[in-house]
Design a protein around this ligand. Structure first.
Ligand code: FAD
Length: 501
């Protein structure tokens, strides 16, 4: 270790972000650096955050977690995607699955072929019928994909629903076994170097001091260090994403868990249903400018599948992101760096990204600003991709049955997204590709699912024999149906994996 190497890392906060940061740091750095995590049970954690994206599997894999043990200990279920109900209009239903709709044919997107065929042949089912994930979700089937997908069918992927509190505890045990020290205490102040402004220690209410060279701020919405010490500033995106409140309540599970999240659009927001092994997580995300907390609670409770296990818990948030997540020797990860509503389950995914980038750009004690600039650029780009993808769900809907939806129809949106929506409406082309998250297939799922029918399709589709194409699509669909029918039910697969009776 050189003289300038970081010797001690202090993680502030023991929510999902804190332990998701501690675990990979402990694995990567081993005993070469001292790692301490400070948390205050008095403040507690947000405690929600039950749905993930497929990248969580790579995160778990990188930690070397045992898949079956993880599923058992976190009460996890498998997630093939999200079923959207009443989003395009009341009565609209579509599935945003993890995976694609087949490889390009002659370098052209399968969506373009489907578009042309659906205009020429009356028997073409909806586009989502060509997604393996959708077919599995509809029948509540689950099996992990083989290394190679069935030849004629389409690739799928999966993520997990889990109990966020149990996941944090699982990673806490993992990190502490690898040497991370945990301190319980309320941070009430910091010490800074008089010249550099670097944080040198956090001070606890009981008089203890925790010194360090690098401070990771995982303190949640409050951003104790990044905002409290450095006033990083916050870009408020509420004008484009007006929801600012959530109510969350668990209920008894009803039957076999579905292998997907259900998102239902409501008159001032939307509700989620996330099935776990032992219970179902439910929530209502809404804008308090268009409804009251009491009315939102009634909507939530009326939609439960089973008996509520608690009183609904209220959370307030401001959608947006911290202008900088890394300043001097302080790096914010998790809610302290920003928040986007959980419509596409992206917060944990952004934590995974941020921890990966922290390791990629791990500093020495000088914490050169160039490293921080690169980290901040990547975090900003990721937040903006996700922001635009979520706005898309609200913007292209045809719902106009409440003040909230009429606001969404008129609200301003970023130019990049406007361009993408217009391009799709006119030609069915998707050009946005978020390398860390939502592919072209995801954008097509949402746009087509919400009912946008492009005015024109790709003229070069003419180069293919339409009858042969039509037969090809049907063959793929039959192959998907056969493969899915041979899979076990989701509950059956979970029982087999966890050894449950
Ligand atoms: P927190 O959970 O708030 O943890 C903060 C920690 O900081 C706590 O340990 C606290 O004790 C500590 N702390 C704070 N101040 C002090 C102090 N002064 N002294 C000592 N310790 C302190 N994400 C998803 O990916 N999927 C979802 O489905 C999803 N659903 C969500 C639904 C809602 C309604 C909300 C609000 C969020 C959702 N999220 C979801 C986001 C997810 O919950 C968070 O990203 C995740 O829990 C990380 O939170 P955190 O660790 O950053 O903060």
């Amino acid at each position: 270790m050189t003289d300038s190497a970081i010797r001690k890392i202090v993680i502030v906060g023991g929510g999902t972000a804190g332990w998701m940061t501690a675990a990979p740091l402990a694995l990567k750095l081993g005993k070469s650096r001292e790692i301490v995590l400070v948390e205050s049970p008095e403040i507690g954690t947000v405690g929600v955050g039950e749905a993930t994206l497929p990248t969580i599997r790579y995160f778990n894999l990188a930690l070397g977690l045992d898949g079956a043990d993880f599923v058992r200990k976190t009460q996890a279920t498998f997630k093939l995607g999200i079923e959207f109900k009443d989003w395009g209009h009341v009565g609209n239903r579509f599935f945003h699955g993890f995976g694609d709709f087949g490889p390009p044919i002659e370098h052209r997107s399968p969506y373009q072929y489907w578009l042309r065929l659906s205009r020429e042949f009356k028997d073409m089912p909806s586009y989502e019928e060509w997604s393996m994930a959708t077919a599995m979700a509809r029948k509540h089937r689950f099996a992990p994909p083989h290394g190679d997908q069935p030849a004629a069918s389409n690739a799928y992927s999966y993520a997990f629903h889990f109990d966020a509190g149990l996941y944090a505890a699982y990673l806490r045990d993992y990190a502490m076994r690898r040497g991370v020290a945990r301190i319980e205490g309320m941070i009430t102040g910091v010490e800074q170097h008089p010249d550099s402004g670097f944080i040198t220690a956090v001070k606890l209410r009981d008089g203890r001091r925790v010194e360090g060279d690098l401070f990771i701020d995982c303190s949640g919405f409050r951003g104790l260090l990044i905002e409290g010490v450095y006033q990083a500033g916050y870009d408020d995106w509420s004008a484009m994403l007006p929801c600012n409140s959530a109510l969350a309540v668990p209920c008894e599970k009803a039957g076999e868990p579905a292998p997907y999240t259900l998102s239902t659009a409501r008159s001032a927001g939307w509700t989620w249903r996330i099935p776990l092994q032992h219970r179902t997580g439910n929530g209502h995300v809404y804008c308090d400018g268009f409804t009251t907390d009491e009315a939102a609670s009634r909507v939530l409770l009326a939609g439960l599948d089973g008996r509520a296990l608690d009183e609904p818990r209220k959370l307030r948030f401001t959608t947006g992101r911290r202008r900088k997540s890394w300043i001097k020797n302080c790096v914010a990860i998790g809610l302290s760096s920003g928040f986007l509503e959980p419509l596409e389950s992206t917060s944990i995914n952004i934590i995974e990204n941020a921890v990966g980038w922290l390791l990629d750009y791990f500093p020495d004690r000088y914490c050169r600003p160039e490293l921080a600039d690169e980290f901040n650029r990547l975090v900003a780009q990721r937040f903006e991709f996700v922001r635009d993808f979520i706005i898309l769900h609200y913007k292209v809907t045809r719902r106009d049955d409440s003040e909230f939806w009429r606001y969404c129809a008129d609200m301003p949106i970023p130019d990049t997204l406007r361009h993408q929506i217009e391009l799709f409406r006119e030609t069915g082309r998707v050009v946005i590709h978020d390398p860390e998250g939502f592919s072209v297939a995801s954008h097509v799922s949402i746009l087509a699912g919400l009912g946008v029918v492009p005015k024109a399709d790709d003229p070069l589709i003419d180069l293919m024999d339409q009858r042969k194409l039509h037969a090809h699509f049907h063959k793929v669909r039959e192959s998907i149906a056969r493969t899915v029918d041979a899979m076990p039910g989701h509950g059956q697969y979970l029982a087999h994996l966890t050894g449950a009776p």
